[in-house]
Structure formats: C-alpha cells, structure tokens
Write a protein that binds this ligand. Structure first.
Ligand code: ADP
Length: 266
C-alpha cells in the first residue's frame, strides 16, 4: 500500500557524505542507491539533507558550536558553509534528476531567519507551489542569519520537523546510520538494544539514555532528534527513524511495509 499525503524524507549527513572526510566528500554509491529507492515513491515528497562532512566541519571551525564566538568568525564561516551545502545539494539533485525524479533545490539561507537558533521566519508558499506542480523539493541543513546571534546553524532534523508541522505531512522518515534509537549509543556499546517504539510510556526513560552523536556534529545527535520528533508525533502521522545505510529499508517504509526502525508515537 502506498503512503498518503505529504512524505518528508531526511537523508542523514552520515549516510550521504563521508562524515569524517576533509575536504568533504559525497558518498556517491549510497546516493545512487537511495535515488533508486526514492523513485518507488508515489505522492508529494520533500527531501531534507543533513550537513554531514559538508556542514559540520566548516561550522565547527568557524565557532558555531561555541556560544562565545565573535561575530567576525561566524560571518567568515557563512561563505564556506554555504558553498559546501550548495555543493552537496547539487550533487544530490543531479543524481535524483538523472533517475527521473524531478527535483528542485530550495536553500534555507535565502528565505529563513532564526532567533536564538530557532526558526523565526520560514515561508513555505514556494514549497507548496512546487509540490502542487508535481516537483520534488530538496532542502538542506544550512547556516542562516539569526536575529539574536548573527548567524546559526539550522539542522536538517529541525527543518524536517518544522515542515512536517507547517505542511501537515503524513509521514516523516528520518534516515541515519543506525537502526533507529537504541538504549545506548551503538557506536560505543555494541550490545545496545534496539527500541522499536517510543511513546508516552517509555519516552522519559529513553531520553535519559540517548546521548549526543559520536560524530563531529554541531546539531545535537540522537537525543535532539527524538525530542524534536516527539513534538510532531500524533495520530495519523508516521514518524520513523531508520537505518538508511541498509539497502531497501527506505523503499519498504515508502511502500508502508514493515522493516527494522524506531516508530515515534504520541
Ligand atoms: P545523522 O548525521 O545521520 O543525522 P547523527 O550523527 O546526528 O546522524 O545521529 C546519529 C548518531 O547518533 C548515530 O550514529 C549514533 O552514533 C548516535 N547515537 C547516540 N546515542 C544513540 C542512541 N541511543 N541510539 C542510536 N544512536 C545513538
């Protein structure tokens, strides 16, 4: 059975880039496979890219993880972060269009403002028009001007959650490099246990356990993902974190078939 309504798929930076590679590099083979899986989707689709190597390294080296960074350092960081993220988005857009997925890029920097790192303005009318015309919208984590602190990083996860709310998405699929949420960081603890469902009953206990990402990450890692996703979980909306490095899991979820993942419910 196909999914109804708008679907938002977030492609984790750890999957579409080599997160520790400097200079940043796109993971072309993952990207080609993901495009084949996305191609099976019928219906409205927004794709959100995480920053991976393209976003996080330049953000770190220009002080975006440090609240005391000077305005000058942050402003100096804007061109390289924008350059890297545009390059990543163009790489993804090229592969998707080659696969026959009619995709256009909407860059947050040009239309979003933040306030203390939170979304202040993010108009969605152009996104709606693009979807109404049968286009797939590609957007991505980015650096954006901030009303309070010069500029801040807007994460792909935050974009996915915001657009899900504003555009009333039916399905939000968050692709990352682990099977979903586990009871400990699987990169540090290989015997961590997979959690198939997070709901009101177990959420506090799980949030207490989910630590930050082990990667170079200025956007919060797994616990921030879960916190944000709990806000949009409600009846009639599928909110799922899954392993995008494993072939066909995205395809299964797009077809509404069961696969290993973590579902987040209200
Ligand atoms: P992405 O770049 O794909 O958005 P992140 O690096 O932000 O991914 O978050 C995923 C990472 O979070 C995993 O690779 C894992 O190392 C880390 N992590 C920390 N705690 C947990 C946990 N409890 N369950 C799953 N992953 C966790």
């Amino acid at each position: 059975m196909q999914l109804k309504a708008l679907t938002i798929v977030k492609l984790g930076g750890s999957v579409i880039t080599y997160k520790d590679s400097s200079p940043p590099r796109v993971n072309e083979s993952n990207l080609t496979r993901i495009a084949m899986e996305l191609k099976t989707h019928r219906g409205e689709l927004i794709i959100v890219l995480g920053g991976g190597a393209h976003g996080h390294q330049a953000a770190h080296s220009h002080g975006f993880a440090d609240p005391n960074s000077s305005k000058e350092l942050l402003v100096r960081g804007i061109p390289p972060i924008r350059h890297n993220m545009s390059e990543l988005a163009t790489s993804v857009e090229t592969v998707l269009n080659k696969e026959g997925i009619p995709t256009i890029i909407i860059a947050p920097f040009a239309c979003v403002t933040l306030r203390n790192g939170l979304i202040h303005e993010f108009p969605t009318s152009i996104i709606r028009k693009a979807l109404d015309n049968g286009l797939v919208v590609l957007t991505h984590g980015d650096v954006c001007f901030d009303e309070e602190s010069t500029a801040s990083i807007l994460s792909g996860d935050t974009i996915a959650v915001y657009l899900a709310q504003q555009m009333n998405a039916g399905t939000i699929l968050i692709g990352t490099d682990v099977d979903g949420v586990l009871d400990d960081n699987p990169k540090l603890n290989p015997s961590a246990k997979h959690i198939p469902l997070i709901n009101q009953e177990n959420k506090e206990a799980i949030l207490a356990k989910t630590g930050p990402s082990t990667n170079t990450d200025v956007t919060g890692g797994m616990s921030k993902k879960v916190n944000e996703l709990l806000e949009i979980a409600r009846q009639n909306r599928e909110v799922i974190i899954f392993n995008l490095t494993v072939p066909n899991r995205l395809k299964s979820l797009l077809q509404n078939e069961s696969t290993i993942c973590t579902r987040i419910q209200s």
